[in-house]
Design a protein around this ligand. Structure first.
Ligand code: NAP
Length: 469
């Protein structure tokens, strides 16, 4: 294939990645953005395979069917709440692919040594291989650990041991020395695989001390690393589209990590070295809730809503578990029909993945202009008659604002406790992801509606239909 056509195709693919990413930044254009990105990837893969002359159309088609089939089954079957672990696996496979491609390129260079096709083992080539092996292996083992934690295959709490930071620094220094040695002895394959093994161990050691609510940040960070590994592999193969795609993944992953850190009031360094998730020493549930929690019923909530002018719904992880979004849409339609304004307060880390609540509410066709970001809605809570918290917990925990010793101290929260009345729908007084009690449930203006989110909202809708019409 002519290099001009290949490069032109790569240019089109890269443009599609960028336009696709831009589309992903708004729910209205997200589906189109996703499709454009996928089209870019299809172009990049097909052109690369045809250019290298290794396979024919038949193999490409077979790969398309098998890979596309696996992807389609996964996309349909995966639970929204299990998305973070799926992303962790994707990142891990990306990292492993970079390791093997870099290893194969080095092997090929050794085989071709002394022949007319000999590859120049210059420092740029060798360091690209080193970076692919190092970052790819860290990404692979780190992602496997993240997957195991989120899937509940291992303990999710941080694992610490004496002098753990020192061990990691020593391993990092060993890797730097190995990188230098690779430029001195580029003909050694053993050195490369030694680097891969040490990096794999480092990937495990970096991820095991991280737990609790920090896991999603780590996944975004691993996502970024998988992109950087791919970009390094792009330098190994002199493939411009791989360099561009890898860099886009690398930068968007790091931007997402920073946004999530901000939403949880944590720094990236703190996430990686701070061992969050061990909620120790705080007040017990009995101290927080003892005799202060008031339960309510769907009938009572329906009566309360009848006198309201402004209602805000705060969706959380429990709404996703219960798949209550369609019932919530029905409630929205009913209240709006009766002249009651209803808005949705979306916390950036509500649920279990970035944008989780936006996706659910969009699925139920809630108008986008009713979805309000934390900064926009927080100043308005004092004017809200009824806030309905549906399966959210940590993101409305006032301890984040008031208790400097709380594990979520300083995390920006939705100030629902400032509304006139707060209804919290959840099945029990169990804690949320951070594992700590929530004084909101015992507040004077809070009523607890205990039960499954979908069932409770359905019953509220039924009561409203019966009583108001
Ligand atoms: P949360 O604090 O994890 O609380 C979810 C609540 O939902 C639980 O207390 C649970 O209480 C309730 N629930 C579960 N199933 C339910 C059902 N069927 N019906 C009704 N309620 C149900 O959730 P959140 O307020 O959304 O906060 C998210 C947390 O996850 C934060 O700590 C965040 O840092 C972390 N996180 C976020 C992401 C992300 O990227 N968005 C990813 C991973 C982790 P019951 O058991 O009593 O019902």
């Amino acid at each position: 294939m002519s290099p001009v056509i290949v490069n032109l195709a790569y240019l089109v693919a890269s443009a599609l990645f960028i336009i696709g990413l831009k589309g992903l930044s708004h729910p209205r254009t997200a589906v189109r953005g996703n499709l454009l990105g996928a089209l870019g990837m299809l172009i990049a893969i097909v052109v690369t395979l045809l250019d290298k002359n290794i396979v024919g159309y038949g193999v490409i088609f077979a790969g398309f069917i098998i890979g596309g089939g696996i992807g389609a089954v996964l996309a349909v079957r995966i639970q929204m709440t299990a998305m973070p672990q799926l992303v962790a696996l994707y990142n891990g496979f990306g990292g492993a692919a970079s390791v093997f491609v870099a290893g194969a390129a080095l092997f090929e260079a050794h085989v071709l040594a002394g022949t007319p096709q000999a590859v120049d083992l210059n420092a740029e080539f060798v360091l690209s291989i080193f970076a692919s092996g190092l970052i790819g292996a860290i990404t692979f083992t780190g992602s496997v650990i993240a997957f195991a934690k989120l899937q509940g295959l291992t303990k999710e709490t941080p694992v610490r041991y004496p002098a753990d930071q020192v061990v990691k620094v020593v391993l990092a220094l060993v890797l730097i020395v190995c990188g230098y040695l690779m430029t001195v002895y580029p003909e050694s394959s053993l050195l490369f695989w030694f680097i891969v093994i040490v990096s794999s161990v480092l990937g495990i050691l970096v991820t095991i001390p991280i737990g609790g609510a920090d896991m999603p940040v780590v996944i975004a960070l691993l996502n970024s690393l998988s992109g950087l590994a791919a970009a390094a592999t792009g330098f190994v193969l002199y493939n411009s589209v791989l360099i561009i795609a890898g860099t886009l993944v690398g930068t968007s992953g790091i931007i997402l990590s920073i946004i999530m850190c901000k939403a949880m009031n944590r720094s990236l360094v703190n996430v990686l070295f701070g061992a969050f998730g061990a909620a120790e020493g705080g007040p017990s549930s009995d101290e927080v809730y003892g005799g202060k929690v008031k339960a309510t019923s769907p009938e009572e909530v329906a009566m309360l809503l009848e006198g309201a002018k402004k209602v805000v719904v705060v969706p959380g992880y429990g709404m996703a578990v219960a798949q209550a979004q369609h019932a919530v849409r029905e409630l929205f339609d009913l209240l709006e029909k009766h002249g009651i304004t209803m808005e949705f307060a979306v916390h950036p880390v509500a649920g279990r993945m970035p944008g989780h609540m936006n996706v659910l509410l969009a699925e139920a066709d809630i108008p986008y202009d009713k979805l309000k970001d934390m900064d926009e809605i927080n100043p308005t809570f004092k004017q809200v008659d009824v806030s309905i918290v549906i399966g959210a917990n940590d993101v409305v925990n006032p301890d984040a604002r008031t208790d400097p010793k709380s594990p979520i101290a300083g995390m920006p929260i939705l100030d629902v406790d400032y509304s006139k009345t707060v209804i919290v729908i959840k099945r029990s007084l169990s804690p949320g992801f951070a594992g700590i009690p929530n004084p909101l449930f015992a507040a004077d203006n809070t009523l607890m509606l205990f039960g499954d989110a979908k069932k409770m909202v359905d019953e509220m809708v039924k009561c409203i239909k019966e009583d108001w019409e």
